[in-house]
Design a protein around this ligand. Structure first.
Ligand code: PMP
Length: 435
């Protein structure tokens, strides 16, 4: 059904009163009015399979989570200066999923705020200011987070790189100088971080922190090459720097094989930053640090956050963890993700545009290229595919520095029949479009 009635009016009202630097998904706009698990419904009664919303981790409006939130908001919502069981319950439940040295939680309301705090804690501890980030990374929208995000500061409207931020090479094993076929690729990309550390040392400095996602999201749905984080963390720690894992997109069982993305690399960060999925759409994020970092941060200046850790957020977080366990969603992500990857890889020989299929669990990227040798990005072809998928009821989006990667990170309840639907429609759409 063509959904256009009343849309111009909404667009006009947005233009009048809503910040204008915000794009809206799809050429043919969507007015989504309802969500249930992996499904979204528009104002005309059309059903869409959500293939991209990793925030609604256990599913849109999951009844267990909704009920816990409803109960708590009707009971009490205050700040964290009163004693409340939910706060300590959740901090214990959360840290139980992490390596034992990651012990102390700070609760915030967004991933940006959490990354901002993680950097502040690192700077307090090390008494250094410089931060090493990966090229094309995105860590959030606060002033400090923008400074850590080449995706923003190098892009349109950006202020450029601050002198105390250093960009290391994006360890892209498909497109970068070292390919996944090279077993030494991880170490070779890590050498770029070592180069920056060496440069800082010549100036009498050391990094306060190294921060990266443990699978690169905005960087293009890229799994890190084997050995990469081990080599990087070793080098950063050798000069006293803090290793931060941004798990905002990939954590919480999504990668299937493990609960956390960093576990795929067999490392233990000093700080883990969590967001999006942990509140299933409710604004909840967290910074989890070691005891030593927490002690150093407890320096006389209080850290108080009006909403962070409030009882409604904590009850929500507890319910999300409970559902992940009860519904065995990590195992489900592994099984469904492996099936998805296999089906997409089987599709690749039929469509020359499919250059690479990669990912772990339900965090998958399909990179589209015009030429398998030059890797010329298939843009705008990819946009036509995304629009055609939307017309057929599957919502997917694009990412990567060249905007040519189909980004797949659905609610974790996404199932094999959703995979079958997605893959057969992708085949149909690409065939129709002549790709
Ligand atoms: N880190 C990563 C890896 C993200 O993807 C995002 C959001 N896209 C953020 C941090 C910021 O989170 P928020 O939008 O909740 O501030």
């Amino acid at each position: 059904i063509e959904a256009t009635e009343g849309y111009e009016e909404i667009l006009e009202r947005r233009r009048d009163h809503v910040g204008r630097n915000l794009s809206i998904s799809y050429r043919k706009k969507l007015r989504i009015v309802k969500g249930a698990l992996q499904y979204l419904y528009d104002d005309l009664g059309n059903t869409y399979v959500d293939c991209v919303n990793n925030v609604s981790h256990v599913g849109h409006c999951h009844p267990v989570v909704v009920k816990a939130m409803q109960h708590q908001i009707a009971t009490l919502n205050t700040n964290t200066r009163y004693l409340n069981d939910h706060l300590v319950d959740y901090a214990e439940m959360l840290t139980a999923t992490l390596p034992s040295r990651l012990k102390v939680c700070y609760f915030t309301n967004s991933g940006s705020e959490a990354n901002d705090l993680a950097i502040r804690i690192s700077r307090h501890f090390t008494r250094q200011k410089d931060v090493i980030v990966l090229d094309h990374a995105y860590h959030g929208t606060s002033t400090a987070a923008i400074e850590m995000s080449p995706y923003k500061f190098d892009g349109k409207g950006g202020f450029g790189r601050m002198p105390y931020i250093h960009k290391a090479m994006n360890p892209d094993g498909y497109r970068g100088p070292y390919r996944l076929s090279d077993p030494g690729a991880g170490e070779k990309y890590a050498a770029d971080v070592e180069r920056i550390i060496g440069m800082l040392q010549q100036e009498g400095k050391a990094p306060a922190a190294f921060i990266c996602e443990t699978l690169l999201g905005v960087g293009g749905q890229i799994p890190l090459p084997p050995g990469y984080l081990q080599a990087v963390y070793r080098a950063v720690r050798a000069v006293g720097g803090i290793c931060i894992a941004d798990e905002v997109q990939v954590g919480f069982g999504r990668v299937g094989e493990k609960f956390w993305g960093f576990e795929l690399q067999d490392v233990e960060p000093d700080i883990v930053v969590l967001g999006k999925p942990i509140g299933n759409g409710h604004p909840l994020a967290a910074v989890v640090v070691t005891e030593a970092l927490a002690d150093a941060f407890n320096n006389g200046m209080e850290y108080f956050n009006t909403y962070g850790g409030n009882p409604v957020s904590m009850a929500t977080g507890k319910a999300v963890l409970q559902v992940i366990r009860q519904e065995a969603l990590q195992q489900h992500a592994l099984d469904t993700g492996n099936y998805f990857l296999e089906r997409l890889r089987n599709l690749a020989p039929l469509h020359p545009l499919i250059g690479d299929v990669r990912g772990h669990g339900l965090f998958i990227g399909v990179e589209l290229v015009r030429n398998a040798e030059t890797l010329e990005p298939a843009v705008p072809e990819i946009d036509g595919i995304v629009e055609a998928m939307r017309d057929r009821g599957y919502l997917v989006s694009t990412d990567g520095p060249l905007y040519n990667v189909l980004k797949i990170k659905p609610p974790m309840v996404f199932n094999k029949s959703n995979v079958d639907g997605f893959v057969s429609l992708l085949h149909e759409v690409m065939t129709d479009l002549g790709y």
